[in-house]
Design a protein around this ligand. Structure first.
Ligand SMILES: NC(=O)C1=CN([C@@H]2O[C@H](COP(=O)(O)OP(=O)(O)OC[C@H]3O[C@@H](n4cnc5c(N)ncnc54)[C@H](OP(=O)(O)O)[C@@H]3O)[C@@H](O)[C@H]2O)C=CC1
Ligand SMILES: O=C(O)[C@@H]1CCC=N1
Length: 278
């Protein structure tokens, strides 16, 4: 559940917030905002399908005769950005804070497409934002002042942990960890369950045990003063069964090497998307 106390104040005044795209990511952010107590009357969702969302106005195109958006949240696929810009850019102005969650699309690429803006802030969320447990990476363009950065952070703080990056390239590489990370963990849960099936467990039982084990372990680690490595040692009795399993994970640093390759592949793709948007 999002922390509603964090969203009690105003965000970029009290003007309209346009959310462009409400799919997997935009939809999760919207859920987090609504649970967090944001005034739904401020939010207009713009999506080509016009698929309704309870409690908020949904339009198939930006409103041309309304108030200028105080915040424009871009949450379509990077490949759809140029399809959306012609209708959006003329409606933004010096009062519009542009918040982009598009992977790989850098601030200068956004500034080229939205020359009129108050500030441009990139946010890399992840899907647990929908339950207020996301990770929100932030990077602001050079012309963003402290007030604009504060407004961007106030907007996304109810969705999870906020971490600022001055270096946009590092922001991109960090996106591979926290933005993509939930998918890697979901795969891990499935792999653990399948391995349980391999030991003779029924599929539904293996899935239940794997998920509850990951949930409990993550919560334990999050609330502990001890490092995950120490917590792992607390499970592994010398000469016991856990140590035998850890030996497989640790052999040749197999898991470290796998994760290094995984993040490197995601970071590389991020760079390719950045190049495509320039
Ligand atoms: N999924 C994730 O975990 C994360 C995604 N992101 C970023 O979020 C963005 C969205 O990804 P995701 O939610 O997964 O994608 P989805 O395909 O689930 O959602 C895309 C949304 O964009 C809308 N859309 C499509 N075309 C246009 C257009 N021309 N103008 C306006 N809106 C349009 C769609 O509308 P409709 O609903 O009507 O079809 C839909 O709501 C991407 O840029 C991605 O990089 C960032 C971090 C994590
Ligand atoms: O896969 C993607 O490109 C986006 C960015 C982070 C998570 N999803």
């Amino acid at each position: 559940m999002a922390d509603s106390s964090k969203i009690a104040g105003t965000i970029a005044g009290d003007g309209p917030i346009w959310l462009v795209g409400a799919g997997n990511m935009g939809g999760a952010m919207l859920r987090g905002w609504l649970d967090g107590g944001i005034d739904p009357a401020r939010i207009t969702v713009i999506r080509p399908s016009g698929t309704p969302i309870a409690g908020v106005t949904v339009l198939t195109a930006p409103p041309i005769d309304g108030e200028m958006p105080a915040v424009l949240v871009l949450a379509m696929k990077p490949q759809k950005l140029d399809e959306a810009v012609p209708a959006l850019a003329p409606l933004t102005g010096e009062g519009t804070l542009i918040v982009s969650v598009l992977a790989g699309v850098e601030v200068p690429s956004l500034a080229k497409r939205f020359p009129q803006h108050r500030a441009i802030v990139r946010v890399m969320p992840n899907t647990p934002s929908g339950i207020g447990q996301g990770v929100m990476l932030l990077h602001a363009g050079a012309d963003a002042d402290a007030a604009a950065k504060g407004d961007a952070e106030a907007l996304v703080a109810p969705l999870g942990l906020c971490e600022w990056f001055d270096d946009e390239a590092l922001f991109g590489r960090a996106s591979a960890l926290s933005g993509c990370g939930p998918a890697f963990l979901f795969r891990f849960i499935d792999a653990m369950a399948r391995a349980g099936e391999g030991q003779g467990l029924a599929p539904d039982q293996a899935a239940r045990l794997a998920l509850a084990t990951v949930q409990g372990a993550a919560q334990l680690a999050a609330g502990s003063e001890e490092s995950p490595a120490t917590l792992a040692d607390r499970v592994a009795s010398p000469g016991g069964s856990t140590r035998a399993g850890l030996n497989v994970i640790d052999d040749g640093e197999a898991l470290d090497r796998l994760m290094a390759d995984v993040l490197a592949a995601s970071a590389r793709r991020n760079e390719e998307m950045a190049a495509a948007a320039r």
